[in-house]
Design a protein around this ligand. Structure first.
Ligand code: NAD
Ligand code: ZN
Length: 235
């Protein structure tokens, strides 16, 4: 059976009201990445980093999956061998019903203890204290997400690589395709023979290797893609 892989980034959640990092209105315009999304920034001021994460958790808690998330989940139901590889930490793909989801950069609802190492889901927002403390040992908790300069969780990149290499249709949606190693995946897919489609209102490094570019939003692009899949256009 033909394999479909959706490779998604912050742009897919933009229409759910969750700000992207880069691009117009992106979070990096207003915040300093090196203070908020690096191990060094956290070591220096964990409370500040947690306040920022708690703000994002609140925005995400109030957001709903949009038609792009929902159509990816529907295509999985209808087609079967469908995977979502996401850089998003918001968990909206699963909330929309996708089951085969690979979270490259972790999940904003998970916390990890910097002292004893356990990780668990903590859905409370706002948090009671900054930084929050481990329920087991009282150590300082950090968000269980991948920060700049940190490696991806063990095994995750290998799995993403394999899925990309063996995909037949590879859809890159809402990512600036600048953050490595994730940004390599479209190129791996292309080398493996996949038909590559990009959905993004702006041009990215993937645009020039894509077989097809949809210069539109994730929801509009997914509606078009869904119709074309039904017509048997890609597989
Ligand atoms: P990014 O912010 O670097 O890029 C966002 C991309 O989305 C841009 O190319 C932009 O043109 C495009 N975009 C904007 N609106 C769109 C729309 N309506 N439809 C389709 N595309 C749209 O995001 P990234 O590439 O995901 O990489 C940065 C990192 O940001 C990731 O590691 C991720 O963990 C993190 N992040 C996650 C979230 C989230 O979980 N929702 C939000 C912000 C950032
Ligand atoms: Zn602990």
């Amino acid at each position: 059976m033909a394999r479909i892989v959706f490779f998604t980034g912050a742009g897919v959640s933009a229409e759910s009201g969750i700000p992207t990092f880069r691009g117009k209105g992106g979070l990096w315009e207003r915040f300093k990445v090196e203070e908020l999304a690096t191990p060094e920034g956290f070591a220096k001021d964990p409370a500040k980093v947690w306040k920022w994460y708690d703000l994002r958790r609140k925005i995400i808690a109030e957001a709903q999956p949009n038609d792009a998330h929902k159509l990816m989940a529907l295509i999985e139901k209808e087609h079967g061998d469908v995977w979502v590889i996401t850089q998003n930490v918001d968990g909206l793909h699963r909330r929309a019903g996708s089951e085969n989801v690979l979270e490259l950069h972790g999940n904003i609802w998970k916390v990890r203890c910097t002292a004893c190492g356990i990780s668990y889901y903590e859905f409370k927002t706002p948090l009671e204290e900054y930084p929050p403390r481990c329920r087991e040992c009282g150590g300082i908790l950090r968000p269980d997400v991948v920060w700049f300069g940190e490696p991806l969780p063990p095994g995750v990149l290998e799995k993403a690589w394999e899925l990309s290499r063996t995909s037949d249709l590879f859809v890159v949606a809402g990512t600036s395709a600048l953050v490595y190693p994730a940004a390599q995946l479209p190129f791996i897919a292309k080398e493996g023979g996949a038909y590559v489609i990009e959905i993004n209102p702006e041009s990215t490094p993937v645009s020039r290797i894509a077989d097809e570019v949809m210069r539109t939003t994730a929801t509009e692009g997914m509606k078009l893609l869904y119709r074309r899949l039904k017509e048997g256009r890609y597989l």
